[in-house]
Design a protein around this ligand. Structure first.
Ligand code: DGL
Length: 273
């Protein structure tokens, strides 16, 4: 079995962990939530980059064979640096699925809901530049949504109201496709459907990210054929704020039956640099 680290600013990366446990349940996982510092999306590039690298170093010290940076913001600001410094293991990032959106849109109008840092990043803007000219992209920062999700209020009326404000420009532009460009946002799927209806196509890249993780594990560790077809592995939830709350939120937010896995929880100890 591989030990896979999954890291996010908070509970958003649970949407990726959920998919990983569906596709690759046999592995062991460490889920690292930096909830004491969420949201990342309104912090400086330098801060996000240094903190993300420190947390990934910690996951390597814990023995991880691969890391999923399950945060669009951290990927946009830090993935290149993390890959350079931790070159011994596969590092998989996530980014807003604007390419699949451009392929699936019928009317050429695509909304992207992401954090401010992601939307302003060079990486995201380089990705935008590769899109076909017929695509019109409506960018919208989801300010304030992450703290509400972190507080366990994803389904509250306050969240719905804020979401409605953020989605209005996308709705008014007539987008037929919406990219969920932050790993926290799949937890708003129901509210988004309530506001935008059933016909809008929602793009969430978690399935593709986990397929990429699988390919990279197979490429890096080709001899470990015995990884498949074994029982469910363990999941250790580490939080920089409150590990008991993290475990409880994982049980509430994820569709995986976590009880099939060996579970543990820990508070993030001081980071060695
Ligand atoms: N889940 C993160 C992302 O995908 C988090 C954002 C934040 O902490 O602001 O961008």
């Amino acid at each position: 079995m591989a030990l896979i680290g999954v890291f996010d600013s908070g509970v958003g990366g649970l949407s990726i962990l959920d998919e990983a446990l569906h596709q690759l349940p046999e592995h062991d996982y460490i889920y690292l939530a930096d909830s004491a510092n969420a949201p990342y999306g309104e912090k400086s590039s330098e801060w996000i980059s240094a903190r993300s690298l420190a947390l990934c170093r910690h996951l390597v010290q814990e023995g991880c064979d691969a890391i999923v940076v399950a945060c669009n913001t951290a990927t946009a600001e830090a993935i290149a640096k993390i890959r350079t410094e931790l070159s011994e293991i596969p590092i998989i990032g996530v980014e807003p699925g604007i390419k699949p959106a451009a392929m699936q849109t019928q009317n050429g109008i695509v909304g992207v809901l992401a954090t401010e840092a992601t939307l302003n990043s060079d990486k995201f803007n380089a990705l935008l530049a590769t899109l076909p000219a017929h695509c019109r992209i409506i960018k919208q920062a989801g300010a304030g949504l992450v703290p509400l999700i972190e507080a366990g209020s994803a389904d509250d009326s306050e969240t719905l109201e804020l979401l409605a404000t953020h989605l209005l420009p996308i709705q008014e532009a007539g987008a037929d496709t919406l990219v969920l460009g932050c790993t926290h946002y799949p937890f708003l799927r129901q509210s988004i459907r309530m506001l935008l209806g059933e016909s809008i196509t929602l793009i969430d890249t978690s399935e593709a990210v986990v397929r990429q993780l699988k390919r990279q594990l197979e490429a890096k560790y080709p001899r470990k054929q015995d990884w498949a077809n074994t029982d469910a592995g363990s999941v250790c939830f580490i939080s920089s704020k409150d590990e008991t709350k993290l475990l409880k939120m994982a049980e509430e937010l994820m569709s995986t039956d976590l009880q099939a896995h060996r579970l543990s929880a820990a508070l993030l100890s001081d980071l060695r640099s």
